[in-house]
Every structure is written in structure tokens, then in C-alpha cells.
Design a protein around this ligand. Sequence first.
Ligand SMILES: Cc1cc2nc3c(=O)[nH]c(=O)nc-3n(C[C@H](O)[C@H](O)[C@H](O)COP(=O)(O)O)c2cc1C
Length: 205
Amino acid sequence: MRRVLVLFAHPVLERSRVNRRLLDAIRDLDGVTIHDLYEEYPTLDIDVKREQELLSSHDVIVFQHPFYWYSVPAILKEWQDLVLEHGWAYGHGGTHLRGKITLNAITTGGPETAYKKGGYNRFTIRELLAPWDQTAFLCGMRFVAPFAVHAALKVVRDEDLADCRADYRTLIQALRDDRVDLERAAAAENLASELATILSPREVA
Ligand SMILES: Cc1cc2nc3c(=O)[nH]c(=O)nc-3n(C[C@H](O)[C@H](O)[C@H](O)COP(=O)(O)O)c2cc1C
């Protein structure tokens, strides 16, 4: 069984419609650690050693966050800048993240149709996540496609998100249980809409 670390970043969780519900869908899973960065570090005073220990003791690293200005909430950028040290995460002796699997689980206000060439956001989510892809590559990690939930502002009730919640739970369980085709997951655009194609048959059933 792989150990899964969910690094969660939402500055106002009590106002969240989607991230809060997605998180609730995986809270009780064995082998899954949820680490709420804004709750742990409200003044952004990140404990680098502790974060590195958490990374070392997990095999799958999920960054769950709303998409803010085509990127991540501020604490995640701060986390990257401090925690991914030269000689630890990359560079000479920087081998601690090698072989770990990583992905972004994101929510967007914009609809799926906006995130393509010709759409009003002009780029796909994967293109906009290129810095995360390349950071993972530099650190020797396996970057797979994001789990992206679009049109987040349309979600009002739990029922609006029932399928997404179930799919997110299935994905996290499958990553934990080594039941994801990683090559297909790396080549996909959005695991939320392509889940069935990356799971082994038992997981789909
Ligand atoms: C500061 C800020 C920046 C945002 N930037 C984007 C953006 O670049 N693209 C987008 O689709 N939505 C953007 N949004 C909308 C959020 O992604 C959306 O509100 C969020 O994913 C909803 O998730 P939640 O219900 O968990 O808060 C932004 C929202 C805020 C507050």
C-alpha cells in the first residue's frame, strides 16, 4: 500500500463549496494523510523540516487547491520556495523525492470549455500547470494529470458534486492501492473526466 499525502491549501475553507466537499470525501481513508497548510501555518511560517519529513514518509503527493490566477494559493508557492531545497529535493544529493507520484487536484471557477485553445482562458489546465510538471521532473517525481473540477461556483448542494466526490475518492484509493496505470495517467488531460481509462478493471467495477 502506498502512503498518500494531501497537501491542502484553501485560504477560506469555511466559504469553500467544492474543496471542502472533496476533502470530506477522502478524510476517512486509511493510508491517507491530509495536511491543511493554511490551518497549520496561518502566518505562512512554514516548518521546513516537518514538511520534508512528511514528504519523505509518503509515496504519493497530492496538491489540492483552488486555481487562483491560473496558479496556486499563495501558501503553496511559499511552501515550494522553502521546502524544495537544493540538495534535498533536487541538485547534488537532492534525491528525497525521487520516484514519488504527484498531481494537482484543483477546482476552477471557469468552465471546462474556457480551458482550451480558442476558449477565453486560451490554455489547457495541463499547459497552465507546466511549472508544476517541470518542478516534479526536476525532483525526479512522476507527474500525472490533474484531477480538475470546473465551474466550481455552480456547486450549491452536496448532490451537485456527488459524482466528483465519488471519483476523487476512487482515484485516491487507486493511487494508494497501486491500481492506476501511471503511463496513461501521465498522458491524460484531466483525471476527473478520464478516470475509467486509467484504472485497472477491478477499480472501474
Ligand atoms: C483570488 C482568486 C483567483 C481566482 N483565479 C481563478 C482563475 O485563475 N481561474 C479560474 O477558473 N477561477 C479562478 N478563481 C475562482 C476559484 O478557482 C474558485 O472560486 C474555486 O475554485 C472554488 O473552489 P471552492 O468552492 O473550494 O472555494 C479565483 C478565485 C479567487 C478568489
